[in-house]
Ligand binder design. Structure first.
Ligand code: T6T
Length: 354
């Protein structure tokens, strides 16, 4: 163990969660696909712009579209906010793309705007986040509930099974982070000597997350574990812990693997990152849209991509390096991920890498 969580390879595998050495969990097989040449025009609406997760997803979508002779035009709101995303969707409808792939900003609020696209004859596929509906042709995402459970197991291990933990989340109504919070709470309740002191919402703003975590640490000096449910929450949690001079004393597990998060891992403020595979989400979404536009259907409707546990121990391995999010597409290489139906992936076992 090299100065990190105390999560051992054996216990993580036993927990079905992964391991300290590069592990892909609930992952899709990387298989290459033959080239096609339908010039379908796809509009991609991100959850928010400037987020390395969606930037990496866009790289996957662009690379796959190029392979299949399709085009992808990408845009998104400046904040994770349905009132900003809806007008973007409305404008996209006017451009009459063959299909839309999008990360809806709210499980309920985005149903009617998406229905409007469908009414205009444009099929919609949800990537990453989803809506409380089945009007979309399919969903492609990480298994976020399992990801939340995995975070709880990682944090519990880092704390040696004892402590006081909190969740710093984005905002209610975002399907992915709601599921991660729920998975975490369900799993952490299994540890009798860990007190869960609550979940707070930062509005997907790292500065607010830092202020919340900082204040919590002041009002409750025994708090020693934080789960940040996404890139901005985790980045903010790390800043809050640093601010309070509690690096290493307070353990942090963060979802995602943006550049600042990797820095925080290296400087020992954060102990474990759960890197999603956004590039794969983009590639799989484009493949499904191609299939849908060529055949008129895709079946089933739910697809999952994998995640990789990144720690200081495995950070330099090829598998961990490949899982880190990018700032632009210059280094992106097609993974060749194929659509993996959610039910098939449910049986997948953790696979340690070399
Ligand atoms: O965690 C990702 C994404 O999965 C989530 O839906 C929103 O936040 C991120 O984009 C990271 O900032």
């Amino acid at each position: 163990m090299t100065g990190n969580t105390g999560v051992t390879r054996r216990t993580m595998l036993k927990a079905g969660a992964g391991a300290m050495v590069g592990v892909t969990i609930f992952g899709a097989p990387r298989v290459s696909v033959g080239a096609e040449d339908k010039p379908y025009k796809i509009a991609f609406i991100q959850g928010v712009i400037g987020d390395n997760f969606y930037i990496t997803m866009d790289c996957g979508a662009q690379a796959k579209a190029k392979e299949l002779g399709m085009t992808v035009e990408t845009q998104g709101p400046e904040q994770f906010d349905q009132t900003l995303q809806t007008p973007i969707l409305n404008a996209v409808i006017q451009t009459k793309p063959d299909a839309i792939m999008m990360a809806p900003n709210d499980v309920k609020g985005m149903i009617a705007p998406i229905q409007a696209a469908i009414d205009a004859g444009i099929p919609v596929l949800c990537v990453d986040t989803s809506i409380d509906s089945d009007i979309q042709i399919a969903d492609v995402s990480t298994d976020n509930t399992e990801g939340g459970r995995l975070a709880a197991r990682g944090l519990a291990e880092a704390l040696g099974g004892k402590g006081k933990v909190m969740v710093i989340n984005t905002k209610p109504g975002i399907s992915t982070t709601d599921q991660r919070g729920a998975g975490f709470k369900e799993e952490i309740a299994k540890y009798p000597d860990i007190a869960f002191v609550g979940e707070e919402f930062c509005d997907n703003d790292a500065n607010k997350a830092a202020a919340i975590v900082s204040a919590k640490l002041q009002s409750d000096p025994d708090l020693n574990g934080v789960f940040g449910t996404n890139l901005f929450s985790a980045q903010g949690a790390a800043a809050g812990v640093r601010e309070q001079g509690k690096t290493g004393v307070v353990k942090i597990v963060g979802f995602d693997a943006g550049p600042q998060q990797v820095q925080d891992l290296k400087s020992e403020v954060v102990d474990m990152l759960i890197a999603q595979h956004p590039g794969e989400i983009g590639e799989v979404a484009i493949q499904l849209l191609h299939d849908y536009l060529s055949t008129g259907s895709v079946d089933p409707k739910k697809y999952v991509t994998g995640a990789t546990i990144v720690t200081r121990d495995n950070l330099e391995t090829e598998e961990a390096q490949q899982a880190l999010y990018v700032a632009d597409c210059s280094t992106y290489a097609l993974t060749g991920a194929e659509p993996t139906p959610a039910e098939a992936a449910g049986d997948a076992e953790a696979t340690p890498s070399a």
